[in-house]
Design a protein around this ligand. Structure first.
Ligand code: AMP
Ligand code: ZN
Length: 112
């Protein structure tokens, strides 16, 4: 846990969130400023600053997060599909420096 990290505090239950899912390693919650009709994030409970800060020992954890994405998305009504975004570093538009996977859906996604 990083003392001044807002997502560490959310994952620890110290800051309220609209929770989607939780287990021993992972926490998922709705984005406070949704960019789509459904917009939540999946984060590891371990503080990993970004995808660029992940190591080989995080391989299974990252795999778990990706495998959870369609399961949690379906639970949020996104059985027809969803967009997955991981912003990495300032150059990638990352604002909160705790690795998170955005899951968005429920609207008409702009082509990429
Ligand atoms: P990123 O730009 O990829 O770092 O995304 C950070 C996301 O966190 C943004 O979409 C914010 O709206 C969201 N966010 C920031 N603070 C909170 C919070 N307290 N609860 C839920 N979402 C948050
Ligand atoms: Zn953190």
């Amino acid at each position: 846990m990083s003392e001044d990290c807002i997502f560490c505090k959310i994952a620890a239950g110290e800051i309220p969130s609209n929770k989607v899912y939780e287990d021993g390693e992972v926490y998922a919650f709705h984005d406070i400023h949704p960019a789509a009709p459904v917009h939540f994030m999946i984060v590891p409970k371990e503080h990993i600053a970004s995808l660029a800060h992940a190591h080989a020992r995080h391989e299974a954890l990252l795999g778990r997060i990706l495998l959870l994405a369609p399961i949690l998305a379906k639970g949020q009504g996104l059985g027809g599909g969803f967009r997955t975004i991981i912003n990495t570093g300032r150059g990638g538009g990352q604002e909160v420096m705790h690795l998170h996977v955005h899951i968005l859906g429920g609207g008409a996604p702009r082509p990429m």
